[in-house]
Design a protein around this ligand. Structure first.
Ligand SMILES: [Zn+2]
Length: 753
């Protein structure tokens, strides 16, 4: 049996492995940076922590404590396993000891996570032997417990959806909480971005109104993974100035991070060897040596295939799956097996990265880039025992984003590029919450809800019969109960509901009205928490999609014909602009694309209604003669512009931290608005959530990244991993797009001087 370090040595001298390694990054062990307990930590609390082995604080924990004591709102940036929970539990417990009436609200993005963290908190409180009650309040909380939580819960743990539908509209039952609310904790704040984050910002505005009504002004403590703008994101979500704590004092062992790019087997199509099989082969080298390993895969089908391979190839070691749908006792059995060493490896879907409670292992193998640096780091963080050597290996797939990340290690290891972006003033989102807020408490004349135009919106709602002005207050006058109509995960008031016919038509999710034709058209593969479903029927009138559980080795990608019209310019700078646009979309066909190799394995025609949407867009215009100027002629301009739109569409999500489906790009050889060759990158959410504006500001970075992606792509004249296939962009497509990028970048640099 070899140790982790010995397996690593073996890999390092293995040519067949090393020739596919694009980066081998070693993070040296880091000693802890401690700080003494601040004097204001109550002795009782200190003793309780001492008993649990905490004799000193890490410097970031002490720093958060002091800032909270000064009355500041704090955002702390913490990597995995760095004593994050104590950052907020310490000041909050200290306050609760001094002031038994004090209350705190904890918001976690997922249920599973809050369960884990509850256990830790319960431990500390038990040792304190004080009457401090913590409760989880979510959809599963039984009615009799709910009453208790409302009256006696010092710390209420919940999620944004529950705060939105279960707590704020019933604030009169939560008087104790709102009168005494001292702290709001928002964990994993980097997950609240785009539409979801814009909703949360408005839920917080509603929370603020209710707190003002009951006379409390809570302080906020937010925790974020490493992103480029943690302070800005937290300020936008909470509407408060934040103190940033980003020096981490937690120790870590030596950590190896390897980027592995499977070899090319078809250079024309840009197809590489299967990342699934390569990940399995690499995992096997550790597992057969009884080195504890977790393997992540993006879909449940991949998890199952990996399990079959690893069980077959790793005789003598126990390998288990760890998926959604497992019962708590099955999970506990796996966790126990890992702790005792009886189980050597687990295979899990990416969707579970947050909820997994298995402590830390020696090795984590990540099959395919999980989409953001933050979630990759979270998965990698599953490997890393204090003191010992640990390894994370990311095995890239053929997809364009994977290829960019694996070939540009600086994007990942350098200073963070990802930005959390929200727009709390998105009209659709803001208006939905204004309705909820009016239902909760009448609006006073001149009262502001985040925007100066609050009164105009209230007047508009009055004309719709939703509000009624009486004296100087706006009252709710509709029969419907607004919060249940608003989903925090969507920017459109009319959602499609997805019903699983394999499970008594249970609702498994919702999809935006505007996204429905793309995501849940007939025969689409809908992926939910790593599980695949096939759409059997789309009931357009009834806003329902009927799906069945399915296991196929492909996903679907719908193709839409979009027509874009500029409605209003908001800002212009040289060739760059952003503003409001109208998009008319019709989804005409879908392609079946094989997981992993991204080969096109079939397609189908669709007949769906045309829909119009207003949103925001970024655009870049070229001179009308750009084709001639760059030497490829006007006849090749259309194909080259399309190639440029394709590659910009690929790299943009890496910076804006959004799902690739959250933005779309199109090109027009002669735009009716600019009358020039123009590239548009527009937002998929109605009204937009701030991506277009951000893109306008960081365009040079995005254009430069697009240039790098094309340069590093091994294809000759274009492939789906860069500018698009040759038939779409022409034989010189790749070269032409590069020329256009250089031209655009030179223009932007000249402007910046
Ligand atoms: Zn290529």
């Amino acid at each position: 049996m070899l140790t982790v370090s010995q397996v690593l040595d073996q890999l390092r001298t293995d040519d067949s492995f090393m020739r596919n390694v694009t980066e081998w990054h070693v993070e040296p062990p880091k000693p802890a940076v401690y700080a003494d307990f601040p004097d204001s930590v109550p002795a009782l609390l200190r003793e309780s922590l001492n008993k649990r082995g905490v004799h000193k604080l890490y410097c970031h924990q002490a720093e958060v404590f002091s800032a909270v004591q000064r009355g500041e709102n704090v955002t702390v940036v913490t990597p995995t396993a760095s004593g994050k929970t104590l950052c907020y539990n310490l000041p909050i417990l200290a306050r609760t000891i001094a002031e038994p009436e004090a209350r705190a609200l904890y918001l976690f993005p997922t249920k599973a996570l809050s369960q884990d963290q509850m256990l830790e908190l319960h431990g500390v409180i038990e040792d304190l032997k004080l009457e401090i009650n913590t409760f989880t309040f979510d959809g599963d909380t039984p009615a009799e417990i709910r009453r208790k939580v409302r009256k006696a819960g010092h710390i209420v743990v919940t999620n944004p959806d529950m705060l939105h539908t279960g707590i704020l509209p019933h604030h009169t039952k939560w008087i104790k909480l709102f009168e005494n609310l001292k702290f709001v904790v928002i964990d994993e704040i980097h997950t609240y971005r785009g539409v979801f984050g814009s909703h949360l910002a408005n839920v917080i505005r509603r929370l603020d109104r209710i707190c003002r009504f009951y006379g409390s002004t809570p302080q906020f403590i937010c925790c974020s993974a490493t992103i480029r703008n943690p302070k800005e994101l937290a300020e936008n979500v909470t509407g408060r100035p934040m103190t940033l704590v980003d020096k981490n004092g937690a120790p870590s062992g030596e950590k190896h991070f390897v980027f592995y790019n499977p070899p090319v087997i078809n250079s024309q199509l840009g197809i590489r060897k299967s990342s699934l099989k390569e990940a399995g082969r690499i995992a096997q080298r550790f597992i057969t040596n009884k080195v504890q390993t977790i393997v992540f895969a993006p879909y449940r089908l991949m998890v199952e295939l990996l399990l079959i391979y690893l069980k077959r190839d790793c005789q003598g070691a126990r390998v288990e799956g760890y998926r959604g749908g497992y019962l708590p006792n099955e999970r506990r059995a796996i966790e126990r097996g890992l702790k005792s060493g009886e189980i050597t490896a687990v295979v899990a879907t990416n969707a579970l990265e947050l909820g997994i409670d298995i402590g830390t292992l020696d090795v984590s193998i990540i099959t395919g880039y999980p989409g953001t640096v933050a979630s990759t780091r979270q998965q990698a963080g599953r490997a890393g025992r204090k003191g010992g050597v640990s390894v994370s290996i990311m095995v890239a797939s053929s997809s364009a984003i994977n290829q960019y990340v694996v070939n540009n290690p600086d994007y990942f290891f350098g200073s963070p590029s990802e930005m959390g972006i929200v727009d709390p003033n998105n009209f659709v989102i803001l208006t939905s919450h204004l309705k909820c807020a009016a239902f909760e408490l009448p609006f006073q004349k001149n009262e502001k809800f985040g925007v100066e135009t609050t009164e105009e919106i209230l007047e508009y709602l009055q004309t719709k019969g939703i509000l009624r002005l009486s004296g100087d207050r706006w009252h709710w006058s509709s029969e419907i109960y607004p919060a249940t109509e608003v989903s925090l995960r969507s920017a459109s008031p009319e959602n499609f509901v997805i019903l699983n016919t394999s499970d008594n038509n249970r609702v498994i999710g919702e999809v935006d009205y505007f996204a429905a034709p793309m995501l849940i058209h007939p025969e689409a593969i809908y992926i939910h928490l790593g599980n695949q479903f096939q759409v059997m029927e789309l009931d357009w009138q009834g806003k329902k999609a009927y799906v069945k559980e399915d296991k196929v080795d492909y996903y679907t990608d719908a193709e839409t014909k979009a027509d874009l019209r500029v409605l209003e310019i908001i800002q212009v700078e040289g060739a760059l602009s952003w503003g409001e646009v109208s998009i008319t979309n019709v989804t005409v066909l879908f392609k079946k694309i094989k997981f992993d190799t991204h080969e096109n394995v079939g397609s189908g025609k669709l007949a769906l209604p045309e829909i119009e949407m207003h949103t925001t867009s970024f655009w870049y215009e070229f001179e009308p003669e750009v084709g001639e100027q760059l030497g490829f002629g006007h006849e090749n301009l259309g194909a080259s512009l399309r190639g440029l739109a394709n590659v910009l569409g690929i790299v943009t999500p890496l910076w804006l931290m959004c799902d690739p489906r959250d933005i779309r790009s199109i090109s027009q050889v002669k735009s009716s608005f600019t009358e020039k060759p123009t590239i548009y990158i527009y937002e998929s959410a109605p009204g937009g959530v701030g991506y277009a504006q951000k893109l306008f500001r960081i365009a040079p970075e995005i254009f430069a990244a697009a240039g790098r992606l094309i340069k590093e792509c091994p294809c000759e004249s274009g492939c789906p991993s860069c500018v698009g296939p040759e038939i779409e962009v022409g034989a010189d497509g790749k070269k032409n797009v590069q020329k256009m990028l250089e031209r655009a970048l030179a223009g932007m640099a000249a402007k910046a001087v």
